[in-house]
Design a protein around this ligand. Sequence first.
Ligand code: NDP
Ligand SMILES: O=C(O)C1=N[C@H](C(=O)O)C[C@H](O)C1
Length: 269
Amino acid sequence: MATPIFMAGLPGKMAAETAALVAASDDFELFDIGLSSPVHEGKTIAIGDRKIGLVASDSLAAVALPADTLAVDYTTPDAALDNVRWYVENDVPFVMGTTSFDLDEAKRLVAASGVSAVIAPNMAVPIVLMQAAARWLAAEFPGALAGAELKVVESHQANKRDTSGTAKALVASANGLGVPFPVDDIEKVRDPARQQSEVGVPAEHLAGHAFHRYELSAAAGTVQLVLEHNVLGRRVYAEGTLAALRFLQQRLAAGSRGEVLTMEDVLRG
Ligand SMILES: NC(=O)C1=CN([C@@H]2O[C@H](COP(=O)(O)OP(=O)(O)OC[C@H]3O[C@@H](n4cnc5c(N)ncnc54)[C@H](OP(=O)(O)O)[C@@H]3O)[C@@H](O)[C@H]2O)C=CC1
Ligand SMILES: O=C(O)C1=N[C@H](C(=O)O)C[C@H](O)C1
């Protein structure tokens, strides 16, 4: 039996990309209602051979999900925490890819609930590995780069609302290494002309890309470390999301409740 997946954030780009992979998989199937903003309430969208009806959060009370349903959330920073409240109140384990919401409050809500969740600002396996390496360095060598200076530039499609959650997570590791860089200093590039001419984003990926560059200047400017990670399109995140769903299912089957898992846990699993 395929596990029903309730998609939140349709017809948004990540929710639609993930829904297409869910629809093509053997072990998951799309639940026939998805969560959207009020703008799309009452509309229907086609994904694979399925027609998904869209409801906004005010209409969720009328939605009855099958008991084994898992949710996937790619909505907006403003919507994510209210969605977490709904998932925990309705016993729906979930994978949360949405960025820039109150993660501490989400963790408290999950810990006090009967559901578990995978929450991660980046589902792309290669990027998760890089984040894990940075976290390990910070834990192993706290303060080792004290005195260094950091510059962070991230470029995403023009309609991305928040500063990259991935960049914020990397900055937290830099902070752990002794570099006191505030996330407000992350430079966001959202201008397509600059993205092409300065960042080097190919024209065909201006509408969906994630280019990150971190420049560390250490030892009084005599040493430069540069880390870059560049993603074209969104497929890699959707694939990571399905891996997260499978891992979450395994954890639930093993009795996990009230547990907040990360993509690093998914990779270990
Ligand atoms: N973890 C990861 O690996 C990744 C995370 N992301 C994150 O995912 C999120 C979504 O990104 P993306 O798909 O590109 O953005 P989009 O703007 O394309 O999609 C967001 C969708 O959510 C809808 N929405 C707004 N409010 C609500 C609500 N209350 N309930 C349900 N849906 C709502 C929007 O509605 P409307 O159409 O009216 O605007 C839109 O359709 C962002 O936070 C982004 O940073 C993105 C890529 C990878
Ligand atoms: O909005 C996006 O596109 C992305 N969002 C995530 C983030 O904020 O870090 C992950 C990736 O950068 C793509």
